[in-house]
Design a protein around this ligand. Structure first.
Ligand SMILES: Nc1ncnc2c1ncn2[C@@H]1O[C@H](COP(=O)(O)OP(=O)(O)OP(=O)(O)O)[C@@H](O)[C@H]1O
Ligand SMILES: [Mg+2]
Length: 477
C-alpha cells in the first residue's frame, strides 16, 4: 500500500529556518509549502488543505498568535503547531489556549518537530474518521425521502440500494400509512430508471373495465365512448416504473391478464390485436395479507410469485418505536419549517407510547393538529390531543371499549357474550382455562354454552328476549 503523502504549511519570516524545515520534511517524505508570513499563510491555506501547519510566533506584521485564530477559522480541522525562540510558560499557555495543537521552542530538535507533527497527523486522521462515522450515522437515519433509524428501516435502505439498478418486480407489504408509497418512489428515483417516468395507479379506485383500459390502453371503437386510440399506463411507464398500488384489490380477470404481461413483457390494448413490447419495472404494494387472499381464492398464486421477486415488508410503526422521534421531527419541519416548535419531553414520551394504528400517516396528522393547537414555541402533551389514540394503548383501553359499546348501545348480555366467546376462542376451546380467566365456574360455562347453542336456532328472539335480560346476572358467580 502506498503511503499517503502528508503536507505541511510552514510559516516563518527567517529564510534559514524555512529552508531547514523544508529539507527536514522532504527527507521524511512529507510535502511542504513554505511561506514567509501570516498574509501568505492565509492566502495559501484558503487555496488548499494541509494536514498540519507549523508557524513561528514572532514575525513582522501579523504574528503567529494573530494568525492562529484565523487559520483555525479557515481550516478548523487543521492542527496548528506554534514555534518560538522566546520560550516562556506564558506564551506557551496562551498559544494552547488560543487553540494551538502544540508548542515548540527554538532552537528545536528535529525529533521534537517530527514527533509533534506525527501526533498532529494522527489527530487529524482520527478527526477525519469521526467525521466519516458521523456522516454514516446521519445517512442511515434517512434515505431519500425515507426517514427512520430502526434496524427494520436500515434493512429497507440496504435493500433499496441493492435493487436500484435491477428491473426485478418488487412487492411492498405493510399496514396502511407505513410508507409503502414513499418506498416505491425511493426505489424508482434512486435507481437506474430515475430519469424515466414513475407512473402510479391505484387498483382499488377503478372498476375492472376502466382499470384494464387505463393500464393497457384502448383502440378507437373498442367500447362505447372510446372515440380515439389511447395509450395505456404501461406505455407511459416504458423505460420507467409502474407502481400498482393496492394490488390486492385487482379484479381476478385482470390478474390473469397482468400475469400474461409480466410473462411476455408485451401488452395488448383493449380492442387491439397488435402486441406492443414494453420495458417496465413493476412495483406493487398492498396492505392486505396476500396469503390469506390466495387462500380464499381472491388472489392468483402465480401472479403473487411473479410480483414477489423482491419482497419488502414494512413493519408497523409500533414495532419500530425508535423511528417515532425522527418522523415527528420531520413532520414538524414539513408543516412548520425551520422555525417549528419543539416537542416537550412529555409530548415525545406520549408519542412513543401510542399504538399508531394508522402508522406514519396518523402520526403526521397528530403533528399537524398539535401545530394548530399549540401556543408558544413548545408542543406540550395536551396539544397532541391524543386521548383517542392513547385509549387504544394500555391505560385508556377501558375507556375506548366502553365508549364503543355505548355507541353501539350494547346490552349487558351482548357485551358479556362477546367477551365469553372471545375468551373461549383465545383458549382454543379449552373450557377450564376459559372459565378461570372469566371468573366463572366450569359448570356455569357449560350451561351457558348449551343455552347459546339452543338459542342459536331461535336467533330472532335475540337480545330483546325478556328472559335473556337476567341472563348474565344468573351466570356470573
Ligand atoms: N419512513 C417514512 N419516512 C418519511 N415519511 C414517511 C415514512 N413513512 C410514511 N411517511 C409519510 O406518511 C404518510 C403515509 O405514507 P404512505 O402514503 O407512503 O403510506 P402507505 O403505506 O402507502 O399507506 P396506504 O397503505 O394507506 O396507501 C406520507 O405522508 C408519507 O410521506
Ligand atoms: Mg399508499
Amino acid at each position: 500500500m502506498a503511503a499517503v503523502t502528508r503536507s505541511v504549511l510552514v510559516v516563518d519570516d527567517d529564510p534559514l529556518i524555512r529552508e531547514t524545515l523544508a529539507d527536514l520534511l522532504e527527507d521524511q517524505g512529507i510535502g511542504s509549502t513554505v511561506v514567509d508570513g501570516a498574509e501568505a499563510a492565509l492566502a495559501t491555506a484558503r487555496e488548499r488543505e494541509f494536514d498540519a501547519a507549523l508557524s513561528d510566533i514572532r514575525m513582522p506584521g501579523r504574528d503567529g498568535m494573530e494568525l492562529l485564530p484565523e487559520l483555525r477559522e479557515l481550516r478548523p480541522q487543521m492542527p496548528v503547531i506554534l514555534m518560538t525562540g522566546y520560550a516562556s510558560i506564558d506564551s506557551a499557555i496562551a498559544a494552547m489556549r488560543a487553540g494551538a495543537f502544540d508548542y515548540i521552542t527554538k532552537p528545536f530538535r528535529t525529533e521534537a518537530v517530527l514527533a509533534s507533527l506525527e501526533r498532529a497527523f494522527a489527530f487529524r486522521e482520527l478527526e477525519r474518521e469521526n467525521a466519516q462515522l458521523r456522516r454514516a450515522v446521519e445517512r442511515t437515519a434517512s434515505f431519500g425521502d425515507l426517514i427512520g433509524s430502526s434496524p427494520a428501516m436500515q434493512e429497507i435502505y440496504a435493500l433499496i440500494r441493492k435493487i436500484a439498478t435491477s428491473s426485478s418486480s418488487v412487492l411492498i407489504s405493510g399496514e396502511s400509512g407505513t410508507g409503502k408509497d414513499v418506498i416505491a418512489r425511493t426505489i424508482h428515483f434512486s435507481g437506474a430508471r430515475a430519469s424515466r417516468a414513475f407512473v402510479p395507479i391505484n387498483c382499488t379506485a377503478m372498476p375492472e373495465g376502466l382499470l384494464e383500459s387505463e393500464l393497457f390502453g384502448h383502440v378507437r371503437g373498442a367500447f362505447t365512448g372510446a372515440h380515439a386510440n389511447k395509450r395505456g399506463l404501461f406505455e407511459e411507464a416504458d423505460g420507467g416504473t409502474l407502481f400498482l398500488d393496492e394490488i390486492g384489490d385487482m379484479p381476478p380477470a385482470l390478474q390473469a391478464k397482468m400475469l400474461r404481461v409480466l410473462q411476455d413483457r408485451e401488452i395488448r390494448a383493449v380492442g387491439g390485436t397488435r402486441p406492443v413490447r414494453v420495458d417496465v419495472r413493476i412495483i406493487a404494494a398492498t396492505n392486505k395479507d396476500l396469503h390469506a387472499e390466495i387462500e380464499r381464492g381472491a388472489f392468483r398464486k402465480d401472479l403473487y410469485y411473479r410480483l414477489n421477486v423482491i419482497p419488502i415488508h414494512v413493519p408497523p410503526l409500533r414495532e419500530r418505536v425508535e423511528d417515532i422521534p425522527l418522523l415527528a421531527e420531520a413532520f414538524l419541519r414539513k408543516h412548520a419549517g425551520a422555525q417549528a416548535p419543539r416537542l416537550s419531553p412529555e409530548a415525545l414520551a406520549q408519542l412513543m407510547r401510542c399504538a399508531w394504528e394508522g402508522n406514519a400517516r396518523e402520526l403526521e396528522n397528530a403533528i399537524e393538529r398539535a401545530l394548530v393547537l399549540c401556543s408558544g414555541d413548545q408542543i406540550e402533551a395536551r396539544d397532541l390531543a391524543l386521548e383517542g389514540v392513547e385509549a387504544r394503548t394500555s391505560a385508556g383501553f377501558e375507556e375506548a371499549l366502553l365508549a364503543e359499546a355505548f355507541r353501539k348501545r350494547l346490552t349487558v348480555k351482548e357485551l358479556t357474550d362477546l367477551y365469553v366467546e372471545r375468551v373461549l376462542k383465545e383458549c382454543g376451546g379449552r373450557k377450564g382455562e376459559a372459565a378461570r380467566i372469566l371468573g366463572l365456574n366450569r359448570r356455569t360455562l357449560y350451561r351457558r354454552d348449551e343455552r347459546a347453542a339452543s338459542a342459536g336456532a331461535s336467533e330472532a328472539s335475540g337480545p330483546d328476549d325478556p328472559e335473556s335480560e337476567n341472563g348474565p346476572e344468573d351466570e356470573l358467580d
